[in-house]
Design a protein around this ligand. Structure first.
Ligand code: URA
Length: 234
């Protein structure tokens, strides 16, 4: 059981002060009856709370899928550049989500955001060994030798890249798919550079078994479904 003002300030954009004002105006109902006071106790599992007739489901944590466009930093704020959090509607910003891992400013595609530190920790944990799948366009055609180089892993000055999978589009060998289980700085671009190719376009299309929802336009977001969360054991 929690207080009505806490329930609504956790689960909606209203502050506790605003909740008190709404209650005074009879704009809040609990199980169909006008709430009498902002400190009345609510059962988060059973009670139905509405503000101006719209039901507010109780939740503390949110899990968001973003189809990231180019030009945005994977950050919550920055002095110079736009950040991915700018793309969220106010009702999601209210939960103070942050990106799970990073995509480069010029990389597009699947980025998750959450305010659940444990979820972030779980997905970022190296022992989870989650594969991330990318689609890339290169300046030169990829070759069979490149597939072997990726599969052997690569040594860089600051890190070693574990074996990765490279698939080549048979119709156009400048188009490739890369799967890596880590997320080292510029990893896909650097692995491609190592085999003599520059990445001209990069898009993440999956994290483990979670695929980017192709109906989600670039720059748009939606919350993850419970089936999608279950992919990560959540
Ligand atoms: N590898 C890169 O080089 N850039 C990204 O944004 C992600 C993986």
């Amino acid at each position: 059981m929690i207080r009505l003002d806490k329930y609504l300030s956790d689960a909606s954009p209203y502050s506790r002060k605003e909740v008190r004002a709404l209650v005074k105006r009879n704009a809040v109902t609990v199980n169909g009856a006008a709430a009498k006071s902002a400190d009345m106790k609510i059962n988060e599992e059973k009670d139905t709370v509405c503000v101006n007739g719209t039901q507010i489901q109780y939740r503390k944590f949110i899990y968001i899928m973003l189809n990231k466009p180019q030009g945005y930093l994977s950050a919550t704020e920055d002095d110079r550049d736009p950040v991915v959090v700018d793309l969220l509607p106010e009702e999601l910003k209210h939960f103070a989500p942050f990106p799970v891992g990073r995509l480069d400013k010029d990389t597009e595609g699947l980025l998750l955001l959450t305010n659940d530190g444990q979820f972030d920790h779980e997905l970022m944990s190296p022992r989870k060994n989650l594969f991330k799948r990318y689609y890339a366009e290169l300046d030169l055609p990829a070759t069979e030798e490149d597939i072997t180089s990726f599969a052997e892993g690569m040594e860089f000055k600051e890190f070693s890249a574990k074996p990765a999978r490279l698939e080549i589009d048979p119709e156009d060998p400048r188009k490739v798919w890369v799967e890596i289980s880590e997320g080292k700085y510029h990893q896909v671009k650097r692995m491609c550079e190592r085999v003599g190719k520059n990445v001209l376009f990069l898009k993440r299309i999956a994290i483990g078994d979670l695929k980017l929802d192709e109906t989600l336009e670039c720059g748009n977001v939606r919350e993850l479904t419970s089936e999608e969360l279950a992919i990560f054991g959540w």
